[in-house]
Structure formats: structure tokens, C-alpha cells
Design a protein around this ligand. Structure first.
Ligand code: ATP
Ligand code: MG
Length: 370
């Protein structure tokens, strides 16, 4: 790593482990560098260790082993209020007996800032989240979205170098959540502050982040920019957790560089990218995104060509999901933009379909009960 890259790092988790009961590791061996100014999201299913990791960074939990560095300095023994970190949580936790302005002034007053500066900063923070006219209201007199904006402003008002957010939009309805996602993203771009964001909503993670770290059972499965995570999952867990995915189980026949041949249960051979495979003869799960499967003549030039029997159409307005039986699999999905759908296609039809070798990834086998 070059010198400039080292200086770009704001937070480093080094071999961090966490156990609450002295037996089970909730966070296994976390090694993670968070870059200055980055929007990093921790994404993963419930119980995967996201909040625990964030709490260790905030200072509310202590690592069982390992070290956390902030701006190159170990903070293992620095108490939360001395870490210069702003925080926003799902349950806002605004002070109910203080007005909006008083809530925003609080982090500044406790830091010993003088009255004139406090009032100036509060004013700026209010206009940043467009709540200027709400300064004298109490939290109970605000909507959920407005409360969340105040919480956001309060986390930013003392201009911390780092802001942590744990499911901050979880309590909001879909429309408001999407609006706040863009608002937080734009604030991040404007202020250049480093954000570590926790969510279990993959759409939220993909739209907001510079990079996403996918957590599972206390370990990072993959950390990458959204597009790379979606297009180039490294293992079956990530492929399944992010987006939709057709899975075909088979055995590895041979590999040739970054390509491989996989034989499915009924003997069909698939040419795939050899992403995460073992030796010839070992089980493999193939992963194909529904939007990468081409139907009818569009599939003519595909290196993998099969046929499928149409079982169901699911209309979603801008696109149609077609469920087919393909290679013995009853629930194989193809996503067709409405403009590309052949209007003559009907349930029961057998159609040619295919996908390119670049769009099928051979990954570690998923043990499925079905
Ligand atoms: N204070 C605690 N004492 C004991 N176990 C805990 C404590 N906090 C969390 N755990 C356990 O640690 C595991 C990880 O919890 P954590 O809160 O980090 O998960 P998470 O990824 O944030 O999940 P969610 O998406 O549900 O918020 C869970 O099994 C949880 O029960
Ligand atoms: Mg959590």
C-alpha cells in the first residue's frame, strides 16, 4: 500500500473480534479500512454483526481482541464522547423535553462552545435539513421524517469527521425512506464527511454507497462498490443476498483459465466463469441473473443455449417476469422489459433461451433442501 493510500484511511479495524459470552464470536476477524470521505455501508441479514461492529467503532462496545484505529491512532481506550463521531439511530432518540433548536445546540454546548457560535451553527444545521421554521417545536410535534432530519442535523452539527448511522430510516414509510436516502446521500456529497451506514435493505445499500461490505455470520463476505457487488459476486451467499438470481446445481467438469464447464444433474453442459470452484467432480452452484437470460432469437448468439417451458407471467408494469421450467428447474426466472416481450408468447410454450458465458458464474455449492 502506497503512502497516499495510508493517509486516505480514516478507520482501520485490525483483527477485531467480539464475543458477548466469551464463547461465540459475533464478529470473527474483522479487517477493514474505511477511507476518508467514503460512504461505506455494512449490509447483511439480521444477527450478522453489523450493529456490534458499529458499536465498537462508536465506543459503546469493547472488542474482545484486535484493534480499531481512528486517523492512525488506536481508540480502544478512548471513551465514546472523545471520539469525535456523530451518530444516528433508528429510534431517533431526540430529547423529548427540548425543542428542535435545543436538541441541535446540545452537542455543541457540552463541547463548551460559546453562545454566539452555537446559535450560528444551529442555524446552519437547521437550514441544511430544511427545518428552519421548526426550530421551536418539540420532537413530539414533528413527523417521523422530520424527527429523522433533526437527528441527522444533530449528528452533523458539531462537524465530526465520521458519522455512524444504524438503520436510520427503518421506521419510515417507503416513499419517505427513498426521499431521505437521497437527502443523506446529497448531504454526504456536499459535506465530504465519512459515513458508515448500517442497513439490511440491499436497495438502500446499492443506491447510497461508495462501497458495501456484505456481512454474514460475523464475517465480511465481500466488500466492493455497488455495481461490482451486483455484477461480480464472489460467492453464492453474496449472489443470493444481492438481487435476484437463478441457481443451477451441477458438478465441475473442467476448468480452463477463468472459464469452466459444469454439468447439470440431467447432463446439460454449461460454459461459465470459474469464480469460486474446487476440483473437477466437485459440486458447483451456477448463478445467472434473470435480466441476463435472453429469449427466442435474441438467444441465437449465446454460448449457452437451452429451451424452457413457460409456466407463468408476472406483470410488474415496466417489465415482466417470466417463470419457466429450464434444465429440470421449475422456478427459473427471466426478466423481460415490457417492450421486448413477444406478445404471442403463452403459458405452455417451449422457447429457446440462453445466456452468455460472461453472465453465468460458477460459485461454491449451496446446500439446498429442495
Ligand atoms: N449486548 C449483547 N449481549 C449478547 N448478545 C448480543 C448483544 N448484542 C448483540 N448480541 C448478539 O450478537 C449477534 C449480532 O448482533 P448485531 O446486533 O450485531 O446484529 P445486526 O447485524 O445488527 O442485526 P440486525 O439487522 O437484526 O440489527 C446477535 O446474535 C445478537 O443476538
Ligand atoms: Mg443491528
Amino acid at each position: 500500500m502506497g503512502e497516499s493510500q495510508v493517509n486516505d484511511v480514516l478507520v482501520s479495524f485490525r483483527g477485531v473480534q467480539k464475543s458477548y459470552d466469551g464463547e461465540n464470536l459475533i464478529v470473527k476477524d474483522l479487517n477493514l479500512d474505511i477511507r476518508k470521505g467514503e460512504f461505506l455501508t455494512l449490509l447483511g441479514p439480521s444477527g450478522s454483526g453489523k450493529t456490534t461492529s458499529l458499536m465498537m467503532l462508536a465506543g459503546f462496545e469493547t472488542p474482545t481482541s484486535g484493534e480499531i484505529l481512528l486517523a492512525g491512532r488506536s481508540i480502544n481506550n478512548v471513551p465514546p464522547h472523545k471520539r469525535d463521531i456523530g451518530m444516528v439511530f433508528q429510534n431517533y432518540a431526540l430529547f423529548p423535553h427540548m425543542t428542535v433548536a435545543e436538541n441541535l445546540a446540545f452537542p455543541l454546548t457540552v463541547r463548551g462552545m460559546n453562545k454566539t457560535d452555537v446559535s450560528e451553527r444551529v442555524k446552519r444545521a437547521l437550514s441544511m435539513v430544511q427545518l428552519d421554521t421548526f426550530r421551536n417545536r418539540y420532537p413530539g410535534q414533528l413527523s417521523g421524517g422530520q424527527q429523522q432530519r433533526v437527528a441527522l442535523a444533530r449528528a452533523l452539527v458539531f462537524e465530526p469527521q465520521l458519522v455512524l448511522m444504524d438503520e436510520p430510516l427503518g421506521a419510515l414509510d417507503k416513499q419517505l425512506r427513498e426521499h431521505m436516502q437521497m437527502e443523506i446521500k446529497h448531504l454526504h456529497q456536499r459535506l465530504g464527511v465519512t459515513v458508515v451506514y448500517v442497513t439490511h435493505d440491499q436497495g438502500e445499500a446499492l443506491t447510497m454507497s461508495d462501497r458495501v461490505a456484505v456481512f454474514h455470520q460475523g464475517e465480511i463476505q465481500q466488500i466492493a462498490p455497488p455495481r461490482e457487488l451486483y455484477e461480480e459476486p464472489k460467492n453464492t451467499f453474496v449472489a443470493n443476498f444481492i438481487g435476484e438470481n437463478n441457481r443451477l446445481n451441477g458438478r465441475l467438469v473442467s476448468t480452463d483459465g477463468d472459464r469452466c464447464v459444469v454439468e447439470l444433474a440431467r447432463g446439460e453442459k454449461v460454459n461459465a466463469l470459474a469464480v469460486n470452484v474446487g476440483q473437477a467432480g466437485e459440486p458447483v452452484t451456477l448463478s445467472v441473473r434473470p435480466e441476463r437470460v435472453l429469449l427466442n432469437s435474441a438467444s441465437d448468439s449465446c454460448s449457452n443455449r437451452f429451451s424452457g417451458r413457460v409456466a407463468e407471467f408476472i406483470y410488474l408494469g415496466d417489465h415482466v417476469r417470466v417463470r419457466l421450467e429450464v434444465c429440470g428447474k421449475a422456478d427459473f426466472y427471466v426478466k423481460q422489459p415490457i417492450a421486448d416481450l413477444d406478445p404471442a408468447l403463452a403459458v405452455g410454450d417451449v422457447v429457446p433461451l440462453g445466456w452468455q458465458v460472461e453472465h453465468v458464474r460458477a460459485l461454491d455449492p449451496l446446500l439446498e433442501s429442495a
